[in-house]
Write a protein that binds this ligand. Structure first.
Ligand code: KE4
Length: 426
């Protein structure tokens, strides 16, 4: 048995599924997850000494690469001054200023500890500000695991949402509707009946939890117009896309202005940070400035803000996103060519350094129902073949892949060669 195998066996005795977040357990792809002992740049090393080129990047945060010297130094320096005070610090102001500087729709921001907390708080804020109860989300989009957002579509689009997990009260689920992504007519039909009950529409501007699925041209602006028509707040969940697809997030890339933005991942540089922000008159409704309550012992934690600040400094350097774009474009094109040469039907999707790959005859995937038609068995063979070849991909068809600035041309070339070997056996 490998060391990872032994560790996984031990972990499963005392941690549910042996992991602290489900997708890490490789349940959908099968096999034993490597237990990672260290990472540097674009590379991971597991408990058996095996090295991998990492395209998960901790599910998005590690855009500057693992253990970046500036990030490590910033965290070490902060830790030497104390790890948490439960009192305000200047670093929280600096991180807020940096976020606001990059995302003009955010005039005021609250730091929290995860994307889940950011989305949960944004939904409460929208309900508090509008006095309305109904939330609309989209099937295949994930906004963390708060009760009101673990909801899937009910039997008919206009009927109530149903829980997507045991433990979520039916009454809670009924206040959330889940509609098809990229489908404005379906949304308009529901709004025609219930638009004035809706507090917020929450959406991943580029979906990264059904694989990487892009918004159709005009879709995001259509959501904005629908919100304006019915007095609904638009929440762009940029936990994954924020500082990933562009320095100004997807809202900057697509030119759509949300009322509330949620962030996470990159802004913590690998430490626990989430955030939600928006126009001043909305955010000043949050306690203690306003009546809508939200709190957190470790929110704005000195170590997390140090890691986030160092990361945002690095990605603010000239040429950072241009370099990422060139490399991600090259990798995506080359992988597609390799699969085409091997006669493998597939669809590659990409926005910036966020990528997706579906094994399908489709030339477009616009919503979750279409993504589910992909060949999951072939994906699993692809995943394990690439893992064997030292390429660490997301262990699920319904996740996105991420490049960091540390993925240099040599590592990209190595990835393409591995793909060529694996494709021949798919
Ligand atoms: P966290 O609570 O995991 O920090 O963020 C929740 C969240 C919110 N919004 C979006 C768009 C997200 O993608 C996420 C979390 N993403 C997943 C990966 N698809 C995290 C990985 C995991 O659950 O372990």
């Amino acid at each position: 048995m490998t060391r990872s195998g032994g560790l996984f066996h031990r972990a499963r005795q005392i941690i549910p599924g042996g992991v602290n977040s489900p997708v890490r357990a490789f349940k959908s792809v099968g096999g034993t997850p490597p237990f990672i002992v260290s990472a540097q740049g674009a590379l991971l090393t597991d408990a058996d000494g095996r090295q991998y080129i990492d395209y998960v990047g901790s599910w998005g945060p590690m855009i500057v690469g693992h253990a970046h010297p500036q990030v490590v130094a910033a965290v070490q320096e902060a830790a030497a001054r104390g790890s948490s005070f439960g009192a305000p610090t200047e670093a929280e102001i600096q991180l807020a200023e940096k976020i606001i500087d990059c995302m003009p729709a955010i005039e005021m921001v609250r730091l929290v500890n995860s994307g889940t907390e950011a989305c949960m708080s944004a939904v409460r804020l929208a309900r508090g500000v509008t006095g309305r109860e109904l939330i609309i989300k989209f099937t295949g989009c994930y906004h963390g695991h708060s009760d009101g957002l673990l909801v899937e579509a009910g039997s008919g689009a206009a009927t109530f949402g149903v829980p997507s997990s045991p433990g979520v009260p039916a009454a809670t689920a009924r206040s959330t509707l889940s509609l098809p992504y990229n489908d404005l007519p379906a949304l308009q039909a529901v709004l025609a009946e219930r638009g004035h009950e809706v507090a917020a529409i929450i959406v991943e501007p580029v979906a990264g939890n059904m694989g990487c699925v892009l918004p159709l041209p005009g879709y995001l602006h259509g959501l904005r117009a629908a919100c304006d028509q019915y007095g609904i707040l638009l929440i762009l969940d940029e936990v994954m896309t924020g500082f990933r697809v562009a320095r100004g997030g997807a809202q900057g890339l697509y030119g759509v202005r949300p009322d509330i933005t949620t962030l996470g991942k990159v802004i913590g540089g690998g430490l626990p940070v989430g955030a939600y922000g928006g126009a001043r008159q909305i955010m000043e409704q949050i306690s203690p400035a306003g009546p809508i309550y939200q709190a957190g012992t470790l929110s704005g934690n000195p170590l997390a803000t140090a890691a986030g600040l160092a990361t945002l400094e690095i990605l603010s350097q000239p040429g950072f996103y241009e370099t990422l774009e060139q490399r991600a474009h090259r990798l995506s094109r080359a992988l597609s060519q390799v699969l085409t040469d091997a006669g493998i039907p597939h669809l590659g999707t990409r926005v910036g350094s966020m990528l997706g790959l579906f094994f399908t005859e489709r030339t477009q995937i616009n919503q979750f129902a279409e993504a589910t038609e992909s060949d999951g068995q072939r994906f699993n063979r692809w995943f394990h073949g690439m893992l064997e070849a030292g390429i660490y991909l997301a262990p699920s068809q319904y996740e996105a892949g991420f490049l960091s600035i540390a993925h240099d041309d040599a590592l990209i070339e190595q990835t393409i060669e591995a793909a060529r070997q694996v494709a021949a056996r798919l």
